[in-house]
Write a protein that binds this ligand. Structure first.
Ligand code: GTP
Ligand code: MG
Length: 421
């Protein structure tokens, strides 16, 4: 089992060579972080996929997924995963009488306070069923039940997510092979997002940016289908969770990497996770780099963006594993230095938009080994030695030169492929 993140940090501080007073200060900070609890409410109309979403995001199959038309989750169900507490509440749409009861339950949960007198619920995740034509009940739930009962900072305590993106157009324009929407479906889903945002804004004045995803379809006795945009959903869940509480998720995430793989890549969620978790490092103030290594282990599980495509391909060509020294160094360079440079994020985004196609093209060339050898000799090995000697600027210049070189070569390879096809 994966070692508990906080326990490891604690051990490190205990073993550290530093004055006792310093140690106890750090341990105090750490204990404060360790005690934090997250209370997440997951709600939405019957069958929208609350249970499926909880199961996709978190470690165990805790929530029962419905296979019959009877609503599976009749009353509020509580799941406790260490310090992460999930309240799975039925939304509206179960008939008049049941709806009144559900609304009452939700309102009273939203107004509940913890022992410190703060509102218990940190964040409400409202799930909409993207395959449904009618969001009327969901709008009632959001506009009349949830938003009026969110207290202050309403915008930061509600996340609206449209599930079942795969079947939003009855399965049409869903690319089942790549597990992602084709552009007509993307357009359709974007319009859905805009219209939901508009309806909520008109009714409540609250500006919410919904996202869409798919928790994955599951049939009795079958493995759950692969989710789409789950990393995006998690990114927003973490972003909307108070800073001090963000580490709570770390030990409880679904450790199946394939669940996190497919996403829209609109944003670099990987560096996003670093930004979100970075602030906490200051709280512990001890071996910040070690802390970041641990955060990185966590991000590696859930991150769809771990690929240094070109380095990975080069390492693969040499038969090296995907956690080889070069890759680890380049990832650190990218996540901890490059992305904090003024043009860093832009460079990284361009890389992600172009590198996969370049690698695909190289792999089709008859002389691919000599191409990889050349990339390694001319650029990657130089980059590596610059990083080792602390000259990140030079590494960046070399990296830019490599990309320019590859863009030029790409045109040549494209012509070659056109001739052979
Ligand atoms: N195609 C597809 N089906 C999904 C998705 N998410 C959930 N489903 C299916 O939708 C049905 C209902 O899912 P549940 O997770 O039980 O929904 P729920 O909101 O927990 O339902 P109740 O607890 O009954 O209100 C199940 O058959 C799921 O397999 C998805 O992203 N895509
Ligand atoms: Mg359920």
């Amino acid at each position: 089992m994966q070692e508990k993140f906080m326990d490891k940090m604690e051990q490190d501080i205990m073993d550290a060579d530093m004055p006792e007073s310093e140690k106890s200060k750090l341990l105090k900070n750490l204990f404060q972080l360790k005690e934090q609890k997250v209370n997440l409410m997951v709600t939405g109309a019957t069958g929208c996929g609350k249970s499926s979403t909880i199961n996709a995001l978190f470690k165990t199959e805790v929530a029962k997924v419905g296979t019959s038309p009877d609503p599976e989750t009749m009353e509020i169900t509580k799941y406790e995963l260490d310090n992460l507490i999930i309240w799975d509440t039925p939304g509206l749409g179960d008939g008049k009488e049941a709806d009144v009861r559900h609304a009452k339950n939700i309102i009273s949960k939203l107004n509940e306070q913890n022992e410190k007198g703060e509102l218990l619920i940190d964040l409400v995740l409202v799930i909409l069923d993207g395959s449904s034509r009618d969001f009327g009940t969901s709008y009632n739930l959001i506009n009349e039940v949830i938003i009026p009962n969110l207290g202050k900072d309403k915008e930061e305590r509600i996340l609206v997510a449209i599930n079942q993106a795969d079947v939003a157009k009855k399965g049409r324009y869903w690319n089942y092979e790549l597990n992602k929407p084709e552009s007509p479906l993307e357009k359709f889903l974007d319009e859905m997002v805009n219209s939901v945002q508009k309806r909520i804004k008109e009714a409540t004045g609250i500006d919410i940016t919904p996202i869409y995803y798919s928790a994955g379809f599951k049939e009795e006795g079958m493995e759950q289908g692969s989710p789409y945009n789950l990393s995006k959903l998690l990114y927003y869940i973490i972003k909307f969770t108070p800073k001090k509480k963000r580490l709570v998720y770390i030990n409880n995430l679904n450790s199946d990497k394939s669940a996190w793989e497919n996403s829209d890549r609109q944003d670099n969620y990987r560096s996003g996770f670093f930004d979100l978790l970075d602030d906490i490092a200051d709280e512990i103030m001890y071996k910040v780099d070690d802390f970041k290594d641990k955060v990185e282990e966590f991000i590696d599980i859930i991150n769809p963006f771990n690929y240094c495509y070109i380095t990975t391909a080069t390492c693969e060509a040499y038969g090296k594993p995907d956690d080889c020294y070069e890759l680890t160094m380049f990832r650190k360079f990218r996540d901890r230095w490059l992305q904090n440079q003024p043009d860093g994020k832009e460079l990284i985004a361009r890389y992600y938009a172009t590198a996969p196609a370049i690698v695909e093209l190289i792999n089709k060339q008859p002389d691919r080994m000599s191409i990889y050898n050349n990339i390694n000799k001319q650029y990657l090995s130089k980059c590596l030695s610059y990083i080792e000697s602390g000259d990140n600027e030079k590494c960046k210049t070399t990296y830019i030169a490599m990309m320019e070189h590859l863009y030029g070569e790409q045109k040549k390879w494209q012509r070659n492929s056109a001739v052979t096809e």
